[in-house]
Write a protein that binds this ligand. Sequence first.
Ligand SMILES: O=C(NCc1ccc(CNCc2ncc[nH]2)cc1)c1csc2nc[nH]c(=O)c12
Length: 246
Amino acid sequence: MWVGVVSLFPDMFSAVTDHGVTGRAVKQGLLEVDFWNPRDYTHDRHRTVDDRPYGGGPGMLMKVEPLRQAIRSARAAAGGSARVIYLSPQGRRLDQAGVRELATRERLILVAGRYEGIDERIVEADIDEEWSIGDYVLSGGELAAMTLIDAVARLVPGVLGHADSAEEDSFTAGLLDCPHYTRPEQIEGRRVPEVLLGGNHEAIRRWRLKQALGRTWLRRPDLLAQCQLNSEQQELLAEYIRENDT
Ligand SMILES: O=C(NCc1ccc(CNCc2ncc[nH]2)cc1)c1csc2nc[nH]c(=O)c12
């Protein structure tokens, strides 16, 4: 997958390009991230990238010309087949369904805003989709763009080795995760559930599924409502509820 990023702070993106699963994907050539900085398209002495809003009021906007040129350059590099996404608080809320949709694209251009945002005419003329990562206030679009890159890259074939492939296991897709345990067997008197210490893999599978269903029921009934539970899952959840309905 190729991602073109338009941002005033390209160095921030080392968080995804230089670390972990996504960093490895870049090394392996499964993910490519290129950058266009609007500041490189300024021509004044101060390399101005912000501008005052018509109508007054607090805050600044991204200056139109440098931003437009950066987007145009990114589009040209993409060969015109890229989907141009503006990360903005006004955008569609990102969830795993949206990530799956975005992961079908071979090429994405992500425009990360700073200040109060960008001129609406750029949204109309140059942007295909607006996306938000949630209802909280960030200082710019870069962290949202990195979140999107990380989530989408994980769905690119080959990025998740077998070690991590549990991620999209249909077995628990759409549910919260079960509790996890590793050495030592006891921490301040708290022990690992016996089922996990034995070798009964079917019992372990059922225990983990029951825990995932139960925790989703307790903490995120909204997610559970979206799940079509099979008979085994319904039975395990009913068992969990009987054991935990305070
Ligand atoms: O660029 C982003 N944020 C920078 C930012 C934050 C606040 C304001 C100020 N808006 C004034 C206002 N709002 C409502 C009424 N008046 C403008 C720009 C961003 C991109 S995706 C995303 N997803 C989740 N949260 C985010 O902040 C983002």
